[in-house]
Design a protein around this ligand. Structure first.
Ligand code: SF4
Length: 456
């Protein structure tokens, strides 16, 4: 099924709706009706709608969209963000929301206000989760922004593992499996991209191979009516072809500092939000290792097991479902990664349990939650893998970033003084290249004296 939008060819929002949205109400008045909205949770009928997915990252959303297409949902990744995104995002938020939310709402409103897609033809996917921060509020907030600006007919698909992805309905188990494979496939492609692009001889070639790889994988994942076994075999074959394409890219032999990238999940994966920081690091002479999306899925599973333990629910149906899902996901991940151990030598992803162990002296899992735990553990893991510096990408005022920023000096002191720097983003950076250049100098200095050597 095509990833092209169907809504673009359908009816338009009324002029009144568009103008009201453009000129009128901006930030929602309150969260009063959020819980009663029929479109915030529960099963959504997506028939006849195009489901838009936020970019986190573009490739991951593209492949997740393909997984959804395999069960008959028409999807599209939201168009690239730009200055208009921030203008509309600012207009429809109060200023208290996190930067990712401003970007997501701005992109959403661009489709409704500027492109004037018909609300009845549109649905938006908003991931949600309970956690220590404002993230859990944003699906409800988006519902309110839409309702208060005349877009009541837009559907919001708010997926959460807490209800077994009930919003998808009867196809949820199928989507969970294919969607997971899509996540793993994109993490593999992203890893290939980041370890090849800094060394390419011909500028732009690696990006092109990555985009072609996404096309190849998306076509395989989106095929409907294919059994899990056959789909896995098809994906492995497609990944093998993509791997060959990456290995065929001419590269320079060159030594570059390796910079680990951790931080808030949306901001670190969404290139608009982080002002393409990874590319800037590459241009300044570095190579990046970006924490992927699978890590977050493993973490949420670990969290569920922790809660089962604490609530003494280890012998329960939901524990068994979580356990079996984890086993199946582990098997799928091993199968897809199997042919990549050679190219990823020295770039092995950590087990989440290992990250939790590393972060324990600073932020124990039982007392802290979310990216702050993973970023702290991730920084230590990357130090042990021989990274030359760690960058944490976080939105300005992000609770996770505020806490990790306070902890990193101690983490650095206790790990050979590896340079760790937090870059905050809110769309107003002034001299990012200068700051990246300074950080790369620190990383080069550390590299000359570091005790851990890389296994590559
Ligand atoms: S992780 Fe940070 S940026 Fe994301 S919702 Fe929570 S506080 Fe906001």
């Amino acid at each position: 099924m095509s990833t092209e939008t169907k809504a673009a060819g359908n009816g338009k929002a009324t002029r009144e709706q568009a103008e009201r949205a453009y000129m009128g109400t901006s930030a929602p008045k309150s969260l009063r009706s959020a819980e009663s909205s029929p479109m915030v949770s529960g099963e959504i009928d997506l028939t006849g709608r195009t489901l838009f997915l936020p970019r986190m990252p573009y490739g991951g959303s593209r492949l997740l969209g393909a997984a959804m297409e395999s069960i008959g949902i028409e999807t599209r990744v939201t168009p690239e963000s730009d200055a208009r995104t921030l203008e509309l995002g600012g207009r429809f938020t109060s200023g208290d929301e996190c930067y990712p939310q401003k970007v997501v709402i701005g992109d959403l409103m661009k489709l409704l206000v500027d492109d004037r897609l018909a609300p009845k033809d549109v649905a938006f996917m908003v991931p949600t989760a309970n956690g220590p921060c404002r993230f859990g509020q944003y699906a409800a907030l988006q519902r309110l922004v839409l309702d208060e600006n005349g877009f009541e007919d837009v559907a919001i698909l708010s997926l959460t593992s807490a209800d077994g992805y009930a919003g998808i309905g009867e196809h949820a188990p199928e989507l969970v499996r294919t969607g997971w494979r899509a996540v793993v496939a994109n993490d593999i492609l992203m890893k290939l991209l980041l370890k090849t692009r800094p060394y390419e001889v011909e500028p732009g070639q690696t990006d092109q191979v990555y985009l072609d790889g996404l096309d190849t994988l998306a076509a395989v994942i989106a095929r409907p009516g294919v059994g899990h076994k056959e789909k896995l075999a098809d994906m492995k074959a497609a990944l093998a072809r993509v791997k060959e394409s990456f290995l065929a890219i001419p590269v320079r032999k060159e030594e570059r500092p390796l910079i680990g990238i951790v931080g808030e999940i949306f901001c670190r994966l969404n290139t608009f939000s982080n002002e393409d920081l990874i590319r800037r690091v590459e241009e300044a002479g570095g190579e990046c290792w970006l924490a992927g999306v699978a890590e977050w899925i493993w973490y949420t599973t670990e969290e569920r097991f922790r809660r089962y333990r604490e609530e003494k629910r280890r012998i329960s149906r939901s524990w068994a479902v979580t356990y079996l899902t984890q086993r199946v996901q582990l098997r799928d991940e091993h199968a897809l990664m199997h042919d990549f151990h050679d190219v990823f030598r020295g770039y092995e992803e950590p087990e989440v349990a290992e990250l939790l162990e590393y972060s324990k002296p600073y932020l124990p899992q039982s007392g802290a939650m979310g990216e702050m735990v993973l970023s702290t553990g991730g920084a230590i893991y990357l130090h042990k893998k021989g990274a030359d510096g760690i960058i944490d990408i976080s939105p300005f005022t992000c609770m996770n970033g505020i806490i990790t920023e306070a902890i990193y000096p101690k983490v650095s002191r206790e790990h050979d003084n590896i340079p760790i720097r937090l870059f905050y983003f809110d769309g107003t950076q002034s001299d990012l290249d200068r700051d990246v250049g300074i950080f790369l100098e620190l990383a080069r200095t550390y590299r000359r004296r570091k005790k851990v050597t890389r296994a590559v």
